[in-house]
Design a protein around this ligand. Structure first.
Ligand code: ZN
Ligand code: ZN
Length: 229
């Protein structure tokens, strides 16, 4: 099966490791498929304005540069490690209230999606781009630091738009996702080198973008594993 991690940050947002170094870290660790998913933060409140000011967010004015860098590194990763790299973003709707906050991975993104758009528009736009949508850390985390509960609280409304939910994020496992029988994947939410050792996804499919997307969408041949070197 393919060893995969679909949730990785770099210095394009709040990660501590530069994109090229991230590629080498994962390539040398033997990964088959990864997605680079830097934050796109909503700019319509103080939290978002601060994130944009301190460059913890990909923005409309540097999205093309971000995509070009990811695509260039994707070619290098394929040639050097045989590792597939998928461009993505983590649409990050941050609010003071955790019940109002949500993070959504958009995998195989093609065009910029502003995080201040409505949920309906974000999901429609992701679908138009034939991208995969993933509800990130959808339930309480052990350290409560990044809790984002909006999608879980409103699951009856939005579940049909979500291709998969993170059943595990880094060290946390969300049993509510298995109880609901939602489609699932597991990711590191990589920000620092030690986050390499965390929950990951295994996929039983061919190593190309369309096969990976179909495998996540149909959610057959999917498993999770705790990667511990
Ligand atoms: Zn997040
Ligand atoms: Zn993240």
């Amino acid at each position: 099966m393919l060893l995969c991690d679909f949730h990785i940050h770099t210095t394009y947002s709040d990660g501590s490791v530069e994109l090229g170094r991230v590629i080498d870290l994962y390539g040398q660790a033997g990964f088959d498929v990864i997605a680079i998913t830097d934050h796109v933060v909503n700019g319509d409140n103080l939290l978002g304005k601060l994130a944009q000011r301190f460059r913890f967010s990909v923005r409309g004015d540097n999205f093309d540069e971000y995509m070009a860098a990811v695509q260039q590194q994707a070619r290098r990763a394929w040639d050097k490690y045989g590792m597939l790299v998928i461009p993505g973003v983590e649409i990050s709707k941050n609010h003071i209230s955790i019940d109002m906050s949500a993070h959504i991975l958009v995998l195989d993104v093609k065009e910029f999606i502003p995080a201040c758009m409505s949920y309906e528009k974000i999901f429609l736009e992701a679908k138009r781009q034939d991208a995969i949508t993933v509800a990130c850390h959808p339930h309480h985390l052990s350290d409560n630091s990044r809790d984002t509960l909006y999608l879980w609280n409103n699951r009856d409304k939005y579940a049909r738009h979500i291709d998969a939910w993170e059943i595990a994020n880094r060290d946390d496992v969300f049993n509510v996702i298995s109880l609901k029988k939602y489609h699932y994947i597991a990711n590191s939410d990589f920000h620092k080198p030690r986050h390499l050792y965390s929950w990951k996804t295994l996929l039983n499919c061919e190593k190309d973008v369309e096969s990976v997307k179909q495998c996540i969408r149909h959610n057959k041949g999917v498993a999770i594993t705790l990667f511990r070197n």
